[in-house]
Design a protein around this ligand. Sequence first.
Ligand SMILES: Nc1nc2c(c(=O)[nH]1)N[C@H]1C(S)=C(S)[C@@H](COP(=O)(O)OP(=O)(O)OC[C@H]3O[C@@H](n4cnc5c(=O)[nH]c(N)nc54)[C@H](O)[C@@H]3O)O[C@H]1N2
Ligand SMILES: Nc1nc2c(c(=O)[nH]1)N[C@H]1C(S)=C(S)[C@@H](COP(=O)(O)OP(=O)(O)OC[C@H]3O[C@@H](n4cnc5c(=O)[nH]c(N)nc54)[C@H](O)[C@@H]3O)O[C@H]1N2
Ligand SMILES: [Mo]
Length: 812
Amino acid sequence: MTNSWTDIKNTDLVIIMGGNAAEAHPCGFKWVTEAKADRGAKLIVVDPRFTRSASVADLYAPIRQGTDIAFLLGVINHCIKNDKVQWDYVKAFTNASYIVKDGFEYKDGLFTGYDEAKRDYDKSTWDYEIGDDGYAVVDDTLTNPRCVWNLLKQHVSIYTPEMVERICGTPQDTFLKVADMIAECSSPTKAMTSMYALGWTQHSKGSQNIRAMAMLQLILGNIGIRGGGMNALRGHSNIQGLTDVGLMSNLIPGYLTIPNEKEADFETYMSSRGFKPLRPNQMSYWQNYRKFFVSFQKAMWGSAATPENNFAYDWLPKLDVSGYDVLRVFELMNQGKVNGYICQGFNPLLAAPNRKKLTDSLSKLKYLVTMDPLDTETARFWENHGEFNDVDSSTIQTEVIQLPSTCFAEDEGSLTNSGRWLQWHWPGGAPPGEARTDNWIMAQIHTRLKELYRQEGGTFPDPIVNLDWAYADPGEPTAEELAKEINGKALAAVYDTADPTKVLVEAGKLVPGFAALRDDGSTACGCWIYSGCFNENGNNMARRDTSDPDEIGAYPKWAFSWPANRRILYNRASADLNGKPWDPSRKLIEWDGTKWTGYDVPDIAPTANPAVVGPFIMNPEGVSRLFTRELMRDGPFPAHYEPFESPLGNLVAPNVRGNPAARVFAGDFEQFAEPASEEFPYAATSYRLTEHFHYWTKHCRTNAVLQPEFFVEISEQLAAEKGITGGGWVRVWSKRGEVRAKAVVTKRIKPLICDGKPIHVVGIPLHWGFTGAAKKGFGPNSLTPFVGDANIETPEYKAFLVNIEPIAGPAA
Ligand SMILES: Nc1nc2c(c(=O)[nH]1)N[C@H]1C(S)=C(S)[C@@H](COP(=O)(O)OP(=O)(O)OC[C@H]3O[C@@H](n4cnc5c(=O)[nH]c(N)nc54)[C@H](O)[C@@H]3O)O[C@H]1N2
Ligand SMILES: Nc1nc2c(c(=O)[nH]1)N[C@H]1C(S)=C(S)[C@@H](COP(=O)(O)OP(=O)(O)OC[C@H]3O[C@@H](n4cnc5c(=O)[nH]c(N)nc54)[C@H](O)[C@@H]3O)O[C@H]1N2
Ligand SMILES: [Mo]
């Protein structure tokens, strides 16, 4: 979230599109209820199904899954056509005026530089014109046909209300009502908030779904302000923390990146980081990259990381591919290239797409280790459970080791919520039986491996034997010790950069925040964006002060919000070029002539002159991007692409199938149904229910009673066509597998008319398997395709094709 849960109460318009917050985030949804009750805010829900969120909305718009980009670019087109743009914001705070290099073009569904064989782009034209002075060339009058604004205007012009209806199945009048309500928020005194989750991410163009809305929010002037923002509603209680601390194969903590093979030496790696400003006098915050990176290396390897060995740069892995996402790992496992797999708090047999491929992959392992408080399907993948897990155990040689762990409720530590708040929690009970904390298990594996490497050597033992492990009990580091390490400390005295005689932090003390980090080895910090969470003031994550002195929903003394306890990111953009709030009733910070003051921690240097320094300091141009330069793999603008399995061809680019830049492994394409397939005519999607949490709660009798049995949801029309009765049994199959389920026939799903043709939606919830207290069931992933988002590889769980027929039920 750019903003926070509690800030939602400040909005005028909530749009829930690509999520179902009332169902999946019922506690956070309370802030939507407050905005509606206290401010008269309106709620729009755009979803293929009439959801629990939709049931309390002011306006519900149906949409075919996988077509949100057409819808959102249609809204942008509508705003531009009707002059519903917050012009001062767009001109000053976005790259609308930047000139794009000659040669860049979008044509027939593709951007310049496409290489079909590689399914990838040469992105050299996806950039600004750079002047002789090294700065980007701009045209403040927005008249140059090559400026971002004019390219954008042209790019969205095809997404007319008629086209939106043909692609999305959203009736034009409903679409126009949504577009008009959104357009009203282009006023500086009105704010819209976007709440989204998997309905946007789980697509082969998931990142671009989110970009499309971010662009719309920028055009409306809604980023950096109270009641606005792009608000990703995260999943597991600490999934925000997971990405923050770098538990992705291509990241190190704080969104620093793992080097790739071409960056074999430290200076080559650094040369493509720490970006030089692209406009005069701009602050470019990543210029501090080296400080954060060196401090991280010191946290990892302590005194073994020295200036002489480039702070142990050689001990970091170098990526040979873009990343080892979950699809790639199982693909490699299926190719027999993975021997062992450690599965900590993860149930991929049910969670990953194309279950048949998952079973095949796990069967090729020598060993599988699970760390889980529960008995998972993954740990039992080799066991025959009749139709629910129809495997021949005698052919599977994988050795499975189950390590019982505690669950979060028995553990101490911090969880980072969607609003970037690090909240400390304490154990609610003692773990049962032989269960041990994850920290204990991992420390035990580490110390024993280290000992083996010490004794036996082996290939490249350096990163392991030198890993700093200075915990009171090396066999079980405490949550507090880890939190302090993440916060960072001074290894030697840290001096003030302005006055080098002044000691800022004494040797041995915890640093107050990331501004004290240095690139000379005098500081260590596990995750720079978390710095300040546990400093000499104590554990700031454990704070539970509910005061809100400015009554803006910031609660500045409740827990710790990264970065630097800032509650709203980009809050500098809440004020104009003179530093005055666009809307005085929404003040966050304000320029008093010499410095920024106000209610939130300024997201800019406190003395940065508003007329000179742009607010988006993480970009070297200081403004936000309507055009992303080379960063996105599939284009600097979003464009409509159909899902890989789709009931319709691509109406704006008939020759393009799926997202042209999405990676597809050999053999998987053959397992996709053709567009507009007669064999698989129905558009399926998958989702969750309030009564269950994934695959855990089926182990709990209360939840199992509330939602006892796997089902699929279909419309009354499809039921009538197929002779399916509510409560009757159906078989649902895709090109990859089949499931059996009870049918729920509902008015909540209606056929969509896309390009004149009725499209039936089949809804498949995901909470059942073959362990636990609920009835055995399948879930959707026997059916889902093995392909992910072009940028971050989130699997395309939300849009695929199936067929359905009534069947006789199992014998009672
Ligand atoms: N009770 C409960 N709460 C949970 C969870 C749980 O298992 N149980 N899981 C947690 C986790 S890990 C996560 S990630 C979050 C997920 O939170 P959500 O993303 O809100 O949950 P989902 O139910 O997967 O999907 C949301 C909605 O997206 C819609 N949808 C599907 N495709 C499209 C599309 O192309 N466009 C649009 N506009 N909508 C689409 C679906 O119909 C569905 O209503 O929930 C978290 N909260
Ligand atoms: N078709 C389809 N597939 C999907 C989705 C979808 O919408 N549609 N959603 C996807 C999403 S967003 C997600 S997040 C995944 C979820 O997939 P998983 O994360 O695999 O599912 P969970 O059941 O949440 O598994 C987490 C495991 O962690 C264990 N656990 C709980 N606490 C602890 C702890 O403290 N330590 C350890 N070691 N283990 C613990 C639980 O017992 C559980 O077995 O599913 C994905 N799969
Ligand atoms: Mo999730």
